[in-house]
Design a protein around this ligand. Structure first.
Ligand code: PAF
Length: 301
């Protein structure tokens, strides 16, 4: 190994030791228990890594509400319905740890487990019934996805036992499902949803954005632009009208392929049939930019 790369490895090792990175749940639990007996509060930000400003905003919110924040970095195999997506998902532990270090060196811990540490030798999802939330939108298009998410988040909550946990609203359906998981299993954690973090051109931040080609990256802000126009139209038009309008806009955009546009009830996530002034609604989009699947959503009222 050349001297320069040896130095880089050494630097990476130093990052990892300074910031308290755990790869093993018993060492992690031991450390967290020592903080909890001192009365310290713990915020938790579960991630699949490839951290960006959106994740850092969750970590910062966690730090402002708690004494310490633990971030898990684990690309969870059971929530992928597409083998290629799992294989290509970015894995950037060293730079993730370095990024977290820029936020705070002493109050952030990382749990980056191996697959065995989480699943032992049985890499399988539990089956959940989230009162039908799991069958809408992402659930309909990604078979088994929310069983995978439910399995990993429940396991992580059991290991970390945080006081509060932070999730971005970009995955709004996931957020509602995790609130349901916590209620169903009586898990003593406060689930906090945080606003979507966007690039200056409006694209919702996502670890998948790093895999977009230059052309697709340039086209992708169209998703949020369309959501914003849909919101304005929803003020005076029906859900059917707005949906057809959005579908027409995407047909004119050759670089993006719309998978779904759905206006849904915020609580049940069921598609809106008739507007009620007593309910709140959100519009949800999933679209492909090449082979990268992007999702976004917006509150409508
Ligand atoms: O939102 C994510 O990054 C993942 O779905 C989560 C919550 C970390 C579970 O793997």
């Amino acid at each position: 190994m050349q001297i320069a790369s040896k130095i880089l490895c050494l630097q990476a090792l130093i990052f990892i030791t300074v910031l308290n990175v755990f790869h093993n749940k018993s060492e992690l639990s031991h450390h967290l228990n020592s903080l909890k007996v001192k009365g310290k509060t713990l915020g938790f930000v579960p991630t699949m890594g490839a951290l960006h400003e959106g994740h850092l905003a969750l970590v910062k919110k966690g730090l402002s509400d708690n004494d310490y924040v633990i971030t898990s970095i684990f690309v969870n195999p059971t929530q992928f319905d597409n083998e290629q997506d799992l294989v290509k998902y970015p894995r950037t532990l060293e730079s993730d740890v370095a990024l977290l270090k820029t936020v705070n060196e002493t109050k952030i811990m990382v749990y980056a487990p191996t697959i065995e540490d989480i699943y032992n030798h049985n890499v399988q999802s539990e089956r959940f019934n989230f009162d039908g939330l799991e069958n809408e939108m992402e659930g309909a298009f990604r078979t088994g996805h929310f069983n995978g998410v439910g399995t990993i988040v429940k396991r992580l909550f059991e290991i970390v036992k945080p006081h509060r946990a932070y999730f971005g609203e970009k995955d709004f359906q996931q957020l509602q499902i995790i609130k349901k998981l916590v209620a169903l299993y009586d898990i003593p954690v406060e689930v906090i949803g945080c606003a979507i973090h966007r690039a200056s051109d409006g694209l919702a931040m996502s670890s998948r954005n790093t895999r977009l080609t230059k052309e697709h990256r340039k086209a992708a802000p169209f998703i949020y632009k369309t959501l914003k126009s849909a919101k304005i139209k929803f003020g005076t038009k029906s859900a059917k009208y707005v949906t057809e309008w959005v579908e027409k806009q995407f047909k004119k955009q050759p670089l993006l392929e719309l998978e779904y546009f759905i206006i849904a009830d915020t609580e049940t996530l069921k598609p809106l049939k008739r507007k009620s002034t007593k309910k709140t609604y959100r519009a949800f989009i999933a679209a492909y930019a090449g082979d990268i699947r992007l999702i976004d959503n917006i509150a409508l009222n």
